[in-house]
Design a protein around this ligand. Structure first.
Ligand code: ADP
Length: 195
């Protein structure tokens, strides 16, 4: 089965693009939301998180305290790296198991840090969604009721479009005046034809 990774900076429109692929019948593995779920369900992962960050990383109802965790790793690249090192193997295992249950010519792995994490090496093809920074900030401020400062801070933990484009097989432009559906249909055709 062909594995296609989709990435793009925060607010670029990855999830929106994946919705269209779903309509075309392509199964989508949302790595970021699966990672969050696994933190609440995977016992080995939970133990590792507690060993690294202390018991306060879990709330009384045993769910991860994402605000607390984000506060710890926010400005600490070393701890963010350690967090990723713990979480990524669990996500990888979940993805491999999920792939075995899918029946489609190809599947999509959607992740904000597909390239940064090295996950792209497991993919046959990669797609990056590109949108101007100002547009992305505006969209995320609206979507998450966040502030421009916080969004820009999160962007700093991600690669630039330039770096992503260099490694991607396909680029989807998602600025205001660009239509994503024709771009997606074209890519879908190419993947189905050539793998
Ligand atoms: P990502 O998954 O990359 O963070 P989303 O797909 O959630 O980005 O898109 C960010 C926000 O922008 C969402 O609220 C989405 O509905 C909106 N959005 C995405 N693409 C467009 C577009 N072409 N025009 C206007 N709004 C868009």
């Amino acid at each position: 089965m062909i594995k296609v990774g989709i990435t793009g900076g925060i607010g670029s429109g990855k999830s929106t693009v994946c919705k269209v692929f779903r309509v075309l019948g392509v199964p989508v593995f949302e790595a970021d939301s699966i990672a969050k779920q696994l933190m609440n369900t995977d016992l080995l992962l939970q133990k590792k998180l507690i060993d690294l960050f202390g018991p306060s990383v879990y709330q009384q109802d045993q769910t991860i305290d994402r605000k607390y965790l984000a506060g710890i790793v926010f400005n600490n690249p070393s701890l963010l790296g350690q967090l990723n090192e713990i979480v990524h193997p669990a996500v990888r295992k979940a993805f491999d198991e999920w792939c075995l249950t899918q029946q489609a010519p190809y599947v999509i792995h959607e992740a904000a840090i597909l390239f940064e994490s090295g996950f792209y090496k497991m993919m046959d093809k990669t797609i990056t969604v590109v949108t101007d920074t100002e547009e992305r900030v505006d969209r995320v401020v609206k979507r998450d009721h966040s502030t421009a400062e916080l969004v820009i801070q999160r962007m700093k933990n991600q690669w630039s479009d330039k770096e992503r484009i260099k490694l991607a097989d396909f680029v989807i432009g998602n600025n205001d005046q660009e239509l994503i559906i024709p771009q997606i249909v074209e890519i879908d055709k190419k993947i189905r034809a050539h793998g």
